[in-house]
Design a protein around this ligand. Structure first.
Ligand SMILES: NC(=O)C1=CN([C@@H]2O[C@H](COP(=O)(O)OP(=O)(O)OC[C@H]3O[C@@H](n4cnc5c(N)ncnc54)[C@H](OP(=O)(O)O)[C@@H]3O)[C@@H](O)[C@H]2O)[C@@H](O)CC1
Ligand SMILES: [K+]
Length: 551
C-alpha cells in the first residue's frame, strides 16, 4: 500500500531513521542525489552518452560555428541550489554529473555558512571540485538564454518540502527566462532542454500541491514515498497541481519507517482484488435500488443502474416515477423496474429488507420532491450513495442532510457540488495561499467527512476519499493512470452505480468508494479515447479479468 506523506511526516520518518542508527543524514542525501541521477538516465537513456567518449560533449565549450549535434547538441547542466537540504541534494547531483564528464554550473541561493550540516558538507565536497556561483537571477537567465548552441539539463534544487512561502522576488528573472520552455503533458521533451525537480518543482507546496510560483518540470524525483502534493491536481479552484511535476519517480533511499498516524494512502489494485464473484445465489450478492428522475430525465439513473449490475450486484431495481415508466421500460432488460411515486413510495419499497443498497441523485431533479425522497431513503438506514441532485438540493440547508446521514452513506460530490454543501471548506481550498503548508483537498475532504458523519468521495483527477475518523486515500487519474476521457457527461453517474453495486455486495462504504473509483479509472483507460459513459460499465469484464489474472 503506497503512502502519501506530508512534509512533517517525511521529516519524522527521517528523524526516526537517523535516531535509530538505521542511516545517517549524509547517507540519505548521497542516496537522494544518486537516485536523481539514476532517474534522469532512466527517463532519458540517450543522456547517458553525454560526456562519455564518442558521445555528445558535455564538457566542450560551445562553438557558434558548430551547430548542435544530433538530437542532443551540446548538453550542459545548470544546478540551482537552495538554502536547505534540497540544495544539499543539488550539490550531490552536481558532483555526480561532473564526475561523468558533464559541464556543470552551480548557483547557490543563500549564504553557504547558513546551510544545514549535511547540505554544508555537500557544498564543501562540490566546492573542492567545482565553482559555486553567487546567486544572480539575471545572470542565470543570461547564461541560459545566451547559449543557443547548447541544450540544458536544469536541476531545480532550490526548495523542496521546506518551502514555506511564495517564491522570492530575486528568482523571478530566472523564472521568466525558463518559463517558455515547452513542458509537454506527458512530461517528455526529447528534443529540448530538460527540467528536473528534486523532490518538488520549487514553488510547489508539498502538502497541498498549491502553487507559490512553481517552475514546472519534465521530471520530478522524490524520495522514500510520494508526498500528498504530488497527487493533488488543478481541480476545484485550487492553484498548482500535479501537472507541474511532469513525470514522477519515487526513489528508495533505504528507510523502512512509515507514517505513524494520519496516513493517506494511494488506492491501488491490491485493495480492489477479490471483487469477482465466488459462487452463491444472486440473492447472496445484494439487491441495489437506483432511483430514476421523471420523464425525459432518466438516462443518468440507468447509467448508474447498469454500473451497479456490471460490478456484481445480484439484482438491480430501478425505481421510477409513473411519468417515466414507459421510457425506462423501453430501455431496460436485466435491470428490474418498479414504480415508485414520491417519498412515501420510497419508504414503502424499502420495507423490503432485501434491498440493501440505494443510489440517489443521478437525474433525480431539483424539484420539491427530491429532498423528501432523500430523507425517506436515509431514514430507511440502508447503505446509500448520494450524488448530484441529491446533494445540491440541500444547498440552502445542508445541516438537514448532515443530521440524517449515517455511517453507511457515501457522498460523491464533484467540485461544484462540494462547494454547495461545504461552502466554507471550498472557499478555504480555493484561496491563493501565502504560507505553507497550505490547506489541501485532503484537509477539505477530511473535514467534510467529519461534518457529514459519513464517507465523502471528492471527485477529480485526484479523487480524495475520507471517512469521519480521518482515514483517507487518494484515487489518482494522473501520471501513468491519466484518463482524460473520463471528463464526459454521465461518468459520475456510472461511478455512483459502481459504488452502490459494491455496497450491495457487502463492502464497507470506504472500501466500496475506493474500489469503485479505482475501477472507474481502469475502465476509462481500458477503453481509451472516444469514451462515452455507456462504455464504462462494459469495460468491467475485461478489467476484472485482468485483475484476476495479474492478482
Ligand atoms: N526528509 C528527508 O528524509 C530527506 C530530505 N531530503 C531533502 O531535503 C529537503 C528538505 O530540506 P529542508 O527541510 O532543509 O527544506 P528545503 O526545501 O531545502 O528549504 C528550506 C530552506 O528554504 C527556506 N525557504 C523556504 N521557503 C522559502 C521561500 N519561499 N523563499 C526563500 N526561502 C525559503 C527556508 O528558510 P526558512 O523558512 O527557515 O526561513 C530554509 O532555509 C527535501 O525536499 C529533500 O530534497 C533528502 O536529502 C533526502 C532525505
Ligand atoms: K526543488
Amino acid at each position: 500500500m503506497m503512502e502519501l506523506l506530508t512534509a512533517a511526516q517525511m521529516r519524522a520518518i527521517e528523524h526516526e531513521a537517523i535516531e535509530s542508527g538505521e542511516v545517517t543524514g549524509l547517507d540519505l542525501m548521497e542516496r537522494a542525489g544518486a537516485g536523481v541521477v539514476a532517474a534522469i538516465f532512466e527517463e532519458w537513456p540517450e543522456l547517458e552518452r553525454v560526456g562519455q567518449e564518442g558521445g555528445p560533449e558535455g564538457g566542450a565549450a560551445p562553438d557558434p560555428a558548430d551547430p548542435p549535434r544530433g538530437i542532443l547538441g551540446k548538453m550542459k547542466v545548470l544546478v540551482l541550489c537552495g538554502p536547505g537540504n534540497n540544495g544539499g541534494d543539488g550539490f550531490v547531483v552536481a558532483r555526480l554529473l561532473q564526475a561523468r564528464g558533464w559541464q556543470v554550473d552551480v548557483f547557490l541561493y543563500g549564504n553557504p555558512i547558513d546551510l544545514p550540516p549535511d547540505a554544508a558538507e555537500n557544498y564543501r565536497r562540490w566546492a573542492a571540485v567545482g565553482e559555486v556561483r553567487t546567486w544572480n537571477d539575471r545572470e542565470i537567465r543570461d547564461l541560459y538564454e545566451g547559449d543557443a548552441t547548447s541544450r540544458f539539463l536544469v536541476v531545480d534544487a532550490l526548495f523542496g518540502t521546506g518551502l514555506t512561502r511564495p517564491m522570492p522576488d530575486d528568482t523571478a528573472e530566472m523564472w521568466r527566462g525558463f518559463m517558455p520552455s515547452p513542458i509537454v503533458s506527458d512530461g517528455r521533451d526529447p528534443g529540448g532542454d530538460r527540467f528536473v525537480a528534486i523532490d518538488f518543482p520549487s514553488g510547489m507546496c508539498s502538502d497541498s500541491g498549491k502553487d507559490f510560483g512553481a517552475l514546472p518540470a519534465h521530471l520530478t524525483v522524490t524520495f522514500h514515498a510520494a508526498k500528498i502534493g504530488h497527487y493533488m491536481s488543478l481541480d476545484c479552484g485550487s492553484y498548482g497541481g500535479s501537472d507541474n511535476c511532469g513525470r514522477l519517480r519515487v526513489v528508495d533511499i533505504g528507510m523502512t519507517k512509515t507514517a505513524a498516524k494520519g496516513r493517506v494512502t494511494l488506492v491501488e489494485a491490491g485493495g480492489v482484488l477479490g471483487q469477482t464473484k465466488r459462487g452463491g445465489h444472486k440473492y447472496n450478492h445484494g439487491h441495489a435500488l437506483v432511483l430514476s428522475g421523471g420523464h425525459g430525465k432518466t438516462g443518468a439513473a440507468r447509467l448508474a443502474a447498469r454500473g451497479a449490475l456490471r460490478i456484481g450486484a445480484g439484482l438491480v431495481t430501478l425505481g421510477s416515477p409513473r411519468s417515466a415508466m414507459f421510457e425506462n421500460a423501453a430501455q431496460l432488460t436485466a435491470i428490474m423496474l418498479h414504480q415508485i411515486d414520491g417519498a412515501h413510495g420510497v419508504s414503502e419499497l424499502l420495507e423490503d429488507k432485501r434491498l440493501n443498497a440505494v443510489c440517489l441523485g443521478p437525474g433525480l431533479g431539483r424539484g420539491m420532491d427530491t429532498q423528501a425522497v432523500v430523507i425517506a431513503a436515509l431514514k430507511a438506514q440502508r447503505a446509500t450513495v448520494l450524488d448530484a441532485d441529491a446533494l445540491t438540493r440541500f444547498e440552502r440547508n445542508p445541516q438537514v442532510l448532515f443530521d440524517l446521514l449515517h455511517e453507511q452513506c457515501v457522498l460523491t460530490p464533484h467540485g461544484g457540488e462540494f462547494a454547495k454543501l461545504f461552502p466554507d471548506l471550498a472557499a478555504k481550498l480555493a484561496q491563493r495561499p501565502q504560507t505553507g503548508p497550505a490547506y489541501s483537498k485532503v484537509d477539505a475532504t477530511r473535514e467534510a467527512a467529519a461534518r457529514a458523519g459519513c464517507v465523502v468521495l471528492f471527485k477529480g483527477a485526484d479523487t480524495v476519499i475520507a471517512d469521519p475518523t480521518g482515514r483517507c486515500s487518494v484515487n489518482s487519474a494522473q501520471y501513468d493512470r491519466a484518463a482524460p476521457w473520463l471528463a464526459t457527461a454521465g461518468a459520475g453517474d456510472v461511478l455512483a452505480g459502481f459504488i452502490t453495486g459494491l455496497l450491495a455486495r457487502g463492502m464497507s462504504p470506504k472500501a466500496a468508494a475506493e474500489a469503485g473509483a479505482w475501477l472507474h479509472v481502469e475502465c476509462a483507460r481500458e477503453f481509451g479515447p472516444g469514451l462515452i459513459s455507456e462504455d464504462l460499465p462494459e469495460q468491467l469484464p475485461a478489467v476484472l479479468r485482468r485483475l484476476e489474472r495479474d492478482g
